[in-house]
Design a protein around this ligand. Sequence first.
Ligand code: ACO
Length: 332
Amino acid sequence: MMYAALRSIGAYAPSKILTNEELSVMVDTSDEWIIKRTGIKERHIAAKDEFTSDMGVSAANIALDRSGINRDEIDMIVCATISPDYFCMPSTATIISHKLDLKNVTAFDISAACTGFVYALSIAKAFIESGMKKNVLIVGAEKLSAITDYTDRGTCILFGDGAGAAVISATKDKSEAIIDIHTGSDGEYADLLMTPNGGSGSAHDSLAQEASSCFMQMKGNETFKVAVRTLTKDVEEILETNNIDSSEIKHFVPHQANLRIIKAVGDALKLKDEQVVLTVEKYGNTSSASIPMAINDVYESGNLKAGELMLLDAFGGGLTWGSALVPFSPLK
Ligand code: ACO
């Protein structure tokens, strides 16, 4: 039996920072309101000529260098994004493969909004366990600033740009293996979070539509309530299924959407502060990039050691959700 192990992590945040004070000039909001309601102080914004694939490549280069695996052994790239370089095609994953000079790899994008990284991880795990692939590069990359309406105070304060990447490899050693991944969705709530224009649903009259309908729209308060409920239920289930107590989790890495959501889920699970990874303050919500960026922060601070167990927990547009029990298993 082949298992899938998370070998390495990498991340990238663009250099330009957008502060709450700057947003307060653009829309009717304040630093105080944003911090109190979301925990966000600033977010990073990509340059005009910096694409989602460029950020994905920067994160991937770091993850590949840290993995100890030869680049020519990578046989698949999965890119999770809701802000691809191009609408429909080519996929951002194929552009990333070209920029990384990786030849003949299976490459495709997936769309699961903020749950994208957990979905990509589950795909990598399934391909590896089935024996179809050996070394999968997964990337969560977002240029959300390109699909954010900077006249809408309900959304523009939340989102930032960035990318994270991980190398997932086959192993025969069960102690290194990703333990379990749960993913789910409920399309009944599709209208809570959407970009209404640009797809086949609006293709015939898209030119007549407002440009702003290409931007993300969110029913924030309703989304908040479903997020807390779903995130908590999802992690309780994955812990119970695997007979793991929350005290055994070294790093709880939730999707970084809102500090209040993270605190509510952490409290429900009786997690101690030192178990909960927080980056929302400095990156905001970077959708599919948020979890790998957060793991990378723990790694770069020297606090992610081989064998330590992470619990990932994500929630996003679709609606989608997912959780994963993942030991950090660098090559020895
Ligand atoms: N500044 C000041 N006031 C504001 C702002 C702002 N930026 N935004 C909203 N308000 C006002 C509203 O107009 C409202 O005013 P009213 O009472 O006079 O009508 C009041 O603040 C309260 O609005 P709510 O929407 O109820 O505020 P809430 O406390 O819910 O916070 C927020 C809004 C931060 C968006 C929160 O609902 C949230 O985080 N939602 C979940 C986001 C999420 O998890 N999304 C999923 C992942 S994203 C993805 O998949 C791409």
